[in-house]
Design a protein. Structure first.
Length: 389
């Protein structure tokens, strides 16, 4: 018997597919059919939002109005926070259901074909695994997540929808060697380097699609193909995307970083014409700068007090280096003050100068070569003049 909810979610799922198609995020008829067919609300029965005070509020389905608002959100092109660790201060986000348009864009970039076996890193709610199962058959879909509770929930909810992919609670960085080799690996998490275990578990000609972030916000989706036993290579996606970082153990943070006290013995003062908000507004420049800054660079704003608008951008690294760049300009330049063993903003300025010399390229002019020994970023061509390791 068809219920009102059946009609409501099916209409919304069809509407989501239409919206993603109009946005250019969904073009393949097979994936369009998958979006229309998968009951996302069964996989995301609740989600969390923050109110103006920063408190986390669970979605409410107790009334007809709130139930309709929940359905509207689940079938919107928006990411949803789905799991929290509340015994920390602040509350830590453990899992989310990614923006559907980003998910379908990645699935289409994956270029799967019937019979392909796909490993997903980051099961989360199971929505991506459901889409893959609809497209390829559940027997060809494998998914791993570090959180056992999420795996158990996803397994139960997917089975209720008729999907039974292989789900495993494990460290995603290790892949699933016992189920390989795979034709495709898709990671809905950010990694500082592509784990060689993933490449090893690909067939020659197989593809890894993941979010490479060498530092906070510094990187993008990259699609690499295994071209030989000891090499994988490919280019970055033209459109920026970001995911939560891959974790190696359930809950909490994988590691803590020891920060030296800020070194203020010598302060360098100079002016820069580079936008202080480059880490957020010029992402390719920030990516290039991160190769000098290192993986544990902290970025933020500062001001006279928390009630006022910020007056400067700050950078700091664990070795005690720091920089403060005024948001306001004087004669078209920003005042820079920095200290410690390294000149942090100078590294950003040099990256900006290089980006300008290269004619301000976008993401897709950069590529990545991965071997067991190294990751090499390159511009335009793997053997070109500009390479970073």
């Amino acid at each position: 018997m068809t219920t009102t909810l059946d009609t409501q979610w099916q209409d919304r799922a069809a509407g989501l597919a239409d919206t993603l198609t109009e946005l250019g995020k969904l073009t393949d008829p097979d994936w369009q059919a998958a979006v229309r067919a998968v009951a996302r609300h069964e996989l995301v029965p609740r989600f969390y939002t923050q109110d103006t005070s920063g408190a986390w509020i669970e979605s409410d389905t107790s009334t007809q109005h709130s139930r309709m608002a929940w359905l509207d959100a689940v079938y919107s092109n928006k990411p949803l926070i789905t799991a929290l660790q509340r015994d920390t201060d602040p509350v830590r986000v453990l899992s989310s259901s990614s923006q559907p348009g980003l998910m379908t864009r990645m699935l289409e970039s994956l270029d799967v074909h019937s019979g392909h076996q796909v490993l997903e890193i980051g099961t989360g709610t199971g929505y991506n695994a459901a889409l893959l199962s609809h497209r390829l058959g559940a027997g060809n879909v494998f998914s791993v997540d570090v959180e056992p509770d999420l795996i158990d929930l996803a397994r139960t909810r997917l089975a209720a929808l008729g999907y039974t992919p292989t789900l495993v609670a494990a460290d995603g960085a290790l892949g699933l060697p016992e189920h390989g080799p795979f034709d495709r690996i898709i990671a809905t998490c950010a990694v500082p380097a592509v784990p060689w275990a993933w490449v090893q578990q690909l067939r020659i000609g197989g593809v890894v699609l993941t979010d490479l972030k060498v530092a906070h916000g510094a990187g993008n989706l990259v699609r690499i193909t295994r071209t030989d036993t000891d090499r994988a290579e490919g280019r970055f996606d033209p459109t920026y995307a970001a995911f939560m970082s891959l974790r190696h153990q359930p809950g909490g943070l994988d590691r803590t970083v020891t920060w030296a006290a800020r070194d203020t013995t010598v302060a360098h003062r100079w002016t820069s014409t580079v936008d202080p908000q480059t880490p957020w507004n010029s992402l390719v420049v920030w990516f290039l700068a991160a190769f000098d800054l290192g993986p544990d660079v902290s970025i933020g704003y500062t001001g006279s007090d928390t009630t006022s608008q910020p007056s400067a951008v700050t950078l700091s690294t664990p070795d005690g280096s720091w920089a403060q760049i005024a948001l306001a300009t004087a004669d078209g330049a920003h005042q820079v003050t920095e200290g410690g063993p390294r000149r942090l903003w100078l590294a950003v300025e040099r990256a900006h100068q290089l980006w300008n010399r290269l004619d301000q390229p976008g993401w897709d002019r950069f590529g990545l070569t991965v071997t067991p020994e190294a990751h090499t970023l390159w511009f335009d061509h793997p053997d070109g003049d500009h390479r970073w390791t």
